[in-house]
Ligand binder design. Structure first.
Ligand SMILES: Nc1nc2c(ncn2[C@@H]2O[C@H](COP(=O)(O)OP(=O)(O)OP(=O)(O)O)[C@@H](O)[C@H]2O)c(=O)[nH]1
Ligand SMILES: [Zn+2]
Length: 363
């Protein structure tokens, strides 16, 4: 019998540590690294890291490296040398593009080309999944097990963690209950919980859709600003209400409310992107400058929830061709695309035009 956490539980614990600025240990087959998220690193922890033998590096994504004109020898990421005479401010300015335009010269940045980047890659996956800026400070340690044990740090075995972080987490249904709505009194809310400790997702079922026929469906990604605050910067709020209204009018449908705020980067990072948009970058460029891809959502979640509810074919309410492709790739038949053009206004005109030009959104 063992009460020790398994790899899924250990990764969930590591995410919490990283959000708190606590280092975690990545134990690889031939090397071990301490990892701290750049965003939550403190002066005191940086001092303690520097007291160890060896030199720390700052792992950033190739997207961020491109903005900083740093060479990404590792392909999808770069390991930036942290000079001895720089402080926390330097690390943050490499990680966070907020002041790029005011202080463009951070370099030249020296990036590593020797050794393996596997641990740095895993570190970036972890900080992204903790919804932090995609930048992590790594410090080599001789014996990760011994060091982590002595310092009571979370220790992740890289060989176990890598498949875990690439596979979609299994989910289970927690509860479902009747929820009368303005659009239909025959509403029902289902709550799904991923087993990796990630955020819960919801499905709102309207009426009693026939499982043997394509169901009117919407996969809606959380947008606190648009859905709840009535933000004019996007079209999410009107799309959410428009989709529910159409389901109410037809008497049947299913709306998935996926907690993938900011196309999967989290609200804090989305607000960082908004701040960059005020400096003149579009929605895609802003994501890239932060070090993210255009869209970091995992659409396997939506397909999995639909299947769990008994749906295999949908009439999908979307303007995003990637959503259609993703549903098909994950085993959900898209019998029809139902356009959802609502909520255009002068503030989101450029945003919608960028989505059409760069992400192929259908007008
Ligand atoms: N990173 C980032 N996310 C944004 C921005 N504006 C809106 N979002 C997020 O984008 C997502 C919008 O999702 P959806 O409504 O599913 O939109 P979509 O992928 O364009 O597809 P359809 O609406 O189905 O056509 C939400 O998670 C918003 O929070 C932005 O400027 N940057
Ligand atoms: Zn929105």
């Amino acid at each position: 019998m063992s009460l020790a956490p398994d790899i899924t539980e250990t990764i969930a614990r590591a995410r919490a540590d990283l959000r708190m600025g606590v280092p975690v240990v990545l134990q690889g087959p031939s090397e071990a690294m301490l990892v701290v998220a750049a965003e939550t690193l403190s002066d005191a922890r940086l001092r303690d890291l520097r007291a160890l033998p060896g030199g720390p590096v700052l792992a950033i994504t190739a997207r961020r490296a491109e903005t900083l004109k740093a060479r990404a020898y590792d392909g999808d990421l770069a390991r930036v040398h942290i000079p001895d005479d720089v402080g926390l401010g330097w690390i943050l300015s490499v990680a966070d593009p907020a002041d790029d335009l005011n202080a463009p010269m951070k370099g030249p940045l020296m990036t590593a080309r020797d050794g393996t980047a596997d641990l740095a890659r895993l570190a970036l996956q972890l900080v992204k999944s903790a919804r932090l800026l995609p930048a992590a400070v790594l410090m080599p340690v001789e014996d990760g097990e011994a060091f982590g044990g002595a310092e009571r740090l979370t220790i992740i075995q890289v060989a176990e963690a890598t498949p875990q972080l690439t596979e979609a987490s299994p989910m289970h249904s927690v509860v479902s209950a009747r929820l009368p709505l303005q659009v239909s009194e025959a509403g029902r809310l289902h709550v799904f919980r991923p087993e990796d400790g990630g955020e819960e997702h919801y499905a709102v079922e309207i009426g009693r859709p026939d499982r043997a026929k394509p169901v009117l469906a919407r996969l809606h990604s959380a947008c606190f600003t648009g859905d709840l605050m009535g933000s004019l910067k996007c079209d999410c709020g009107p799309q959410l209400r428009g989709a529910l209204a159409q389901m109410g009018a037809e008497g049947a449908g299913v709306l998935l409310y996926l907690n993938q705020e900011g196309r999967g980067i989290g609200l804090a990072n989305k607000m960082r992107a908004y701040s960059l948009q005020d400096q003149g970058f579009d929605t895609v460029e802003a994501n890239h400058r932060l070090g993210f891809e255009d869209d970091e959502r995992d659409f396997r979640i939506g397909a999995d929830i639909l299947r769990r509810l008994g749906f295999s074919s949908v009439r999908l309410m979307t303007n995003n061709p990637a959503k259609i492709d993703m549903m098909r790739a994950h085993g959900i038949d898209v019998a029809e695309r139902v356009p959802l053009h609502v909520g255009e206004n002068p503030h989101n005109e450029a945003y919608l035009a960028t989505k059409a030009a760069k992400s192929g959104h259908m007008l």
